[in-house]
Design a protein around this ligand. Sequence first.
Ligand SMILES: Nc1nc2c(ncn2[C@@H]2O[C@H](COP(=O)(O)OP(=O)(O)OP(=O)(O)O)[C@@H](O)[C@H]2O)c(=O)[nH]1
Ligand SMILES: [Mg+2]
Length: 313
Amino acid sequence: MTSKLAERVLAGDPRAIARAISIIEDEDPSSADLVRHIFGRTGRAYLVGVTGPPGAGKSTLVDRLVAHFRTEQSQVGVIAVDPTSPFSGGAVLGDRLRMQAHARDEAVFIRSMATRGHLGGLARATGDAALVLDAAGKDTIVIETVGVGQDEVDIIRTADASIVTLVPGAGDEVQALKAGIMEIADIFVVNKADREGADRLLSEVEANLALHTYRSGEWRPPIVKTVATSGAGVPELVEAITAFRAHSGRALAARRRTRSEFRLRELVSQRFMDHLERSVLAKGELDAVIDRIAAREIDPYSAAGDLLKRAVT
Ligand SMILES: Nc1nc2c(ncn2[C@@H]2O[C@H](COP(=O)(O)OP(=O)(O)OP(=O)(O)O)[C@@H](O)[C@H]2O)c(=O)[nH]1
Ligand SMILES: [Mg+2]
């Protein structure tokens, strides 16, 4: 059943892609099987992450980027991640409408996704959804995430190139610069450059970059001013992406390896905890241990050591 779905994904069938991503989104147990079937055929797509505060114009910008990639005849996949409102269809519909220009284009697959999952679940689901699009033959995959928190940092780690979008006057800039976004941005975009304060924002980002000493040959994130609604600055953004891609040939392999490590460690931790809770401990036992730690009856190191011992013997 899963292998059949995998075959159809590999053939690029849009309905199979949609079904596969739903399985991943629902954290269905068969998603592991699906990834197993397609993994060998992935690794060809280039993943571009676009993050930034709500309403920054990310979708409008992504739409422009998609249009550009299509002129290069490449197949494009878009994943718009909505971590805040898993059950409201609002954002989903909004993204669909905004990207409607590509709705009838078979070579473009657009999908909004949310997971009701636990911590880190969203990053994993996004990573797996990207694998599906990759296996389906998409050359470029754009992942749009809202916000500037840890979830987004984790998701953006999934990308080969990370674009951080800021807008003048949103008050989020400083937050973005603080939240570790500085280190993960490969390219900064100051969107809504038609608004007041764009140049001031640009100087602020520039000042932040100036705090860091870049070694010769090290990539210094460029700052691109755009007006996503009119398309102004988009050619420059495309140029910046191309330049980054050309620059990061070797770094790309290292980045992908780090990503593999991150995923493996996360999966093993998760599997271990699942095993512990399902097959080793009695129902409620883990909660009891947590209560004892909270009551200072046992320290977390000893508790973890005990659990590990019980799980492996
Ligand atoms: N003035 C101006 N408005 C823009 C620009 N880019 C986008 N907008 C508008 O800003 C609003 C939000 O745009 P979206 O593309 O939906 O922004 P987003 O970041 O994807 O929003 P969320 O996904 O909801 O966080 C829309 O009304 C756009 O038309 C721009 O460069 N200038
Ligand atoms: Mg959006």
